[in-house]
Design a protein around this ligand. Structure first.
Ligand code: T3D
Length: 262
């Protein structure tokens, strides 16, 4: 039986590929459980970066609406969010290493917002982002109402959420929703190269960068300055900092280990 999540372990990083192409990689409970397990595994020290992508012509079409459809039963969607979507977004955001998302095709509903939760989002030129929720009478979830206004501003966030229109990758890039767009056939290679590069980086400092950026949306400037001071104090005690400076002075690439202490 085919696995609905492909896990490809590389040297210091991991590729997670959503693999339900016949349903545009829509998320069901099994896929959620597989993803949760793989992200737990990615938390170990040997893994220093994660690449998330999908097979076929979609990245992810959000919740599996076919599995959900039951005209008699009134589902508690809040329970699904609590059990699966919120933990997924928290796992991605709290992972102590960079998570790259290669949006290989359409990303709709929660699929779009899972992508936006990742640290660096790349997209194929043919990809599109759809806040599909209102089209079926729902509300954006998986962090959509948090990420969208912060990334692209209120006006665009409101229109996308209310209208559910498809946003082409090029526009998403022009608006600052994602990092870069590549030709479809180049996307995976570019995403792999970027993830490998991050996996060879100062992993502990990346974790603190994630912490600082995450905290900034709720902090005032004074609090954020204090946090930066505290994190820099920790970063200054790592062997990667010493190696980074030494490599700079010796005019050679740094050889980072990603460790937290000297
Ligand atoms: O617990 C909870 O439910 C709460 C959580 C909610 C989170 C959410 O994500 S809610 C939003 C759910 N997602 C959507 O509303 C998107 C639904 N899909 C679409 O709107 C369209 O499929 C797309 C715009 C993504 C792509 O359109 P198109 O024309 O390129 O493809 P298509 O023909 O619609 O889909 C191709 C196949 O994928 C088709 O199957 P078939 O007819 O060939 O057998 C279609 O049914 C299937 N598919 C697409 N999206 C889903 C799906 N199957 C199950 N679930 C889907 N979400």
């Amino acid at each position: 039986m085919k696995s609905e999540l492909l896990v490809d372990r590389r040297d210091g990083w991991i590729v997670l590929t959503l693999n339900r192409p016949e349903r545009l990689n829509a998320l069901n409970e099994d896929l959620h459980r597989l993803l949760a397990g793989a992200l737990e595994e990615a938390a170990n020290e040997r893994c220093r970066a994660v690449l998330l992508t999908g097979t076929g012509r979609a990245f992810c079409a959000g919740e599996d609406l076919v599995d959900l459809a039951d005209p008699v039963d009134v589902p508690d969607l809040g329970a699904t969010i609590e059990a699966y979507y919120n933990p997924l977004i928290r796992r991605i955001r709290r992972l102590r290493k960079p998570v790259v998302c290669a949006v290989n095709g359409v990303a709709a509903g929660a699929g779009a917002n899972v992508a936006l939760a990742c640290d660096i989002v790349l997209a194929a030129r043919s990809a599109k982002f759809i806040q599909a929720f209102a089209k079926i009478g729902l509300v954006p979830d998986s962090g959509g109402t948090f990420f969208l206004p912060r990334l692209i501003g209120e006006a665009r966030a409101r229109a996308l959420a209310l209208l559910g229109e498809a946003l082409p990758a090029e526009t998403a890039h022009a608006w600052g929703l994602i990092w870069k767009v590549f030709d479809d056939e180049a996307l995976l290679g570019e995403a792999e190269a970027l993830t490998a590069r991050l996996a060879a980086g100062p992993t502990q400092s990346f974790a603190w960068i994630k912490d600082a950026l995450q905290a900034s949306s709720g902090n005032d400037l004074d609090t954020q300055l204090d946090l930066e001071r505290d994190l820099q104090r920790l970063a200054g005690r790592t062997s990667d900092y010493r190696e980074g400076v030494r490599a700079f002075l010796e005019k050679r690439p740094a050889n980072f280990t990603g460790q937290a202490s000297r």
